[in-house]
Design a protein around this ligand. Structure first.
Ligand code: ADP
Length: 365
């Protein structure tokens, strides 16, 4: 199949309420999805992701703001006139039709001539690797294959934008990983602007060029997966994108190069000063894999913040061991890479945790 025209999708101050304004589900959503981008909407259940996706498709209407596709405001344009393709979680294939007829459906409905239908359906099935299954019915295919039929059926109409609503959640873990790679490569081949809704941060991070993390109808942060992981804007994003340690407290002294952080239930910690650091309540965040663990205090390294604790719980995950270490009133998570022959830290062992100072983030609370 040929590359499709790459177009932008823009939401400007979009607000949407149900129940005549009582339940505000989307609050002032502003974001721009770049032409040809693979964009993920990531957030917990109920955060408004599907509502936003269905709004782009035309199934939901917003009360405030603008929706621009390829620079044109399409607010009020009905779904069938939008030229937007959507793949649903349930695939929604016609059970009584062959795979070929399922894929051809949208073209036949649009009264495309027979020769073109044949050529386009053939190319779409080829693209998703299902040409040899054209005469089967959906229930004669595996879940992953049905998902590919749903994709072929959507892209065959050459939509301007491809919308994917949790398309992999009905598949088992291994197939999900394989399908997300396929999705990504298909999207690259076609160059189509794609919006992908998921509650699975790993799925969003592995597929998306950029993503928006949503909570309570608000875009909490927007950026590349690495930027969101490395520089979360607030405690919600820090917790939702990857795993993190969050220590609440207050900065009560700012000195030359250091600040004093009074961590709740831990005590005073001296931390390196950061340009945006302010006195007052805040949380510090650091990832479990950036924490070094050792017994005793033989090595003291100035680039690390050292905390004393006791191992409370151990989880062996193969590549690494996840330790929950009691530090004062808090439990700190520390992931230690695992290699065969290593002796793990015992439960209740007294340990020192070294937190790489360059990896500590200050978050407003
Ligand atoms: P997500 O996709 O992130 O799980 P949704 O967009 O489906 O979230 O839902 C966002 C919120 O809107 C939820 O609180 C949900 O209960 C509410 N909601 C969704 N559809 C309707 C509807 N038709 N009427 C009223 N409330 C709705």
């Amino acid at each position: 199949m040929k590359q499709l025209k790459k177009i932008a999708v823009e939401c400007k101050n979009i607000g949407l309420s149900y129940d005549g304004g009582k339940t505000e589900v989307l609050k002032d959503i502003t974001l721009r999805i770049e032409p040809g981008e693979f964009f993920a909407l990531l957030g917990p259940s109920g955060s408004g992701k599907s509502t936003l996706l269905r709004l782009i498709a035309g199934f939901n209407q917003h009360q405030r703001g603008q929706l621009l596709v390829d620079g044109k405001d399409i607010t009020g344009v009905p779904p069938y006139a939008r030229n937007i393709g959507m793949v649903f979680q349930s695939y929604a294939l016609w059970p009584h039709m062959t795979i070929w007829d399922n894929v051809a459906f949208g073209l036949v409905e649009r009264r495309v001539d027979k020769a073109t239908v044949k050529q386009k359906v053939g190319a779409a099935l080829e693209l998703v690797g299902l040409a040899q299954y054209a005469n089967r019915r959906p229930n004669q295919l595996s879940g992953g294959q049905q998902q590919r039929v749903a994709l072929a059926r959507t892209i065959v109409i050459e939509p301007q934008v491809l919308l994917l609503d949790e398309p992999l959640s009905n598949l088992d873990k291994k197939l999900r990983v394989q399908m997300r790679e396929e999705l990504r490569s298909l999207q690259r081949t076609l160059g189509i602007t794609t919006v992908f809704v998921t509650h699975d941060q790993e799925e969003a991070m592995t597929t998306a060029d950029r993503m928006a993390v949503m909570d309570k109808g608000i875009v909490q942060q927007l950026g590349t997966p690495a930027a969101l992981f490395d520089y979360p804007a607030n405690p919600f994003v820090a917790n939702f994108v990857g795993t993190t340690n969050l220590l609440a407290g207050e900065i009560d002294q700012i000195n030359g190069d250091t600040v004093r952080f009074r961590a709740q239930g831990i005590g005073d910690i001296t931390l390196p000063k950061h340009p945006d650091v302010r006195a007052g309540k805040m949380a510090i965040s650091f990832r479990p894999h950036t924490v070094k663990m050792q017994v005793g205090d033989s090595v003291r390294d100035g680039a690390y913040l050292w905390l004393n604790g006791a191992v409370e719980h151990t989880e062996f995950l193969g590549e690494f061991t996840r330790y929950r270490v009691r530090v004062g009133d808090s439990l700190v998570t520390a992931d230690q890479a695992h290699f065969s022959g290593m002796t793990p830290f015992a439960e209740s062992a007294a340990v020192r945790l070294g937190v790489d100072a360059t990896q500590i983030r200050y978050l407003a609370v």
